[in-house]
Design a protein around this ligand. Structure first.
Ligand SMILES: NC(=O)c1ccc[n+]([C@@H]2O[C@H](COP(=O)([O-])OP(=O)(O)OC[C@H]3O[C@@H](n4cnc5c(N)ncnc54)[C@H](O)[C@@H]3O)[C@@H](O)[C@H]2O)c1
Length: 260
């Protein structure tokens, strides 16, 4: 059975990925800094570990646990992440450091810790969870955007460094997905949330399992020739100019004067 590590697995995309891989016959270690919220994994019979990915020692612990429990590692899904909104004037440098500490340093530390085990795998793969914010920017989200852009640079560079060893590395760039990270937005700013939904051609936010299925593909032999890629799964949100549309059921007609 192939073996996977999934970080940020207490909730959202990480949890859905751990569940999906486990259902698909993988041995899975679900890791998260929130030990209480990992309870779902124990109930499902999935191995879990409390670990903070921004700490080098915790990454070493996770990988020691992988080795002790399963004897190796085939796929490192380094998914843990935090938000970090705020204008360039308002967001303190210390808060920026926290965002980078988890989103970027966490991925780098995870890769460094995982490589010795991945080098013994017959189908080694790494997936980092970037974001559509990793390929475009938005106002008052510079810290998060910078961290997610950096992950794509990491993927592109390491694909060229590790490809000769057969190690594939890719990024998933999720669009808006209903998780703990975004639930608050729906509750606290429902009108803004509704407007954001309208900007997605598919007219809805993703379910976490729709991201997990892409990760499952990226770590599977079906993606054996895919590396260095930033795969966007965003309901079509990123392909428009943003000036017009998308077409919606409520306002289906784009005035001819705009597009002709
Ligand atoms: N939800 C979205 O719309 C969306 C869009 C694009 C990208 N993403 C990315 O997807 C990934 C998963 O986010 P999600 O939406 O499932 O959010 P989520 O908040 O539901 O899950 C994130 C998990 O990461 C864990 N975590 C945070 N910091 C950690 C740390 N230092 N060490 C270990 N675990 C830590 C949290 O405890 C949480 O369980 C993140 O990298 C996020 O940036 C999410």
């Amino acid at each position: 059975m192939p073996i996977a590590l999934v970080t940020g697995a207490a909730d959202g995309i990480g949890r859905a990925t751990a569940e999906r891989l486990y259902r698909g016959g993988w041995n899975v270690l679900a890791a998260d800094r929130d030990a209480d919220k990992l309870g779902w994994a124990q109930k499902a019979g999935i191995a879990s570990i409390a670990a903070d990915v921004s700490l080098e020692a915790d990454n070493a612990l996770m990988l020691a646990e992988m080795k002790a429990r399963f004897g190796g590692l085939d796929a490192a899904v380094l998914n843990a992440g935090v938000t970090g909104g705020g204008s360039i004037d308002a967001l303190a440098f210390a808060d920026f450091q926290k965002v980078i500490g988890v989103n970027l340093f966490g991925a780098v530390l995870g890769i460094k810790a995982a490589l010795p085990l991945l080098r013994n795998s017959a189908q080694p793969a790494i997936v980092l969870t970037s974001s559509t914010m990793g390929v475009a920017g938005d106002a008052e989200n510079w810290a998060y955007c910078a961290s997610k852009h950096a992950l794509i640079g990491l993927v592109r560079s390491l694909s060229r460094e590790l490809g000769c060893e057969g190690i594939r590395i890719n990024a998933l760039c999720p669009g808006p997905t209903k998780t703990g990270m975004t639930r608050m937005m729906e509750e606290l700013a429902p009108e803004h949330f509704a407007l954001m939904v309208q900007k997605v051609p598919l007219q809805r936010w993703a379910d976490p399992d729709e991201m997990a299925s892409v990760i499952e593909f990226l770590v599977s032999p079906a993606a054996s020739y895919v590396t260095g890629h930033a795969m966007v799964a965003d309901g079509g949100a990123m392909v428009g100019t943003g000036l017009v549309g998308p077409k919606t059921a409520a306002a289906p007609a784009i005035p001819p004067a705009i597009n002709h």
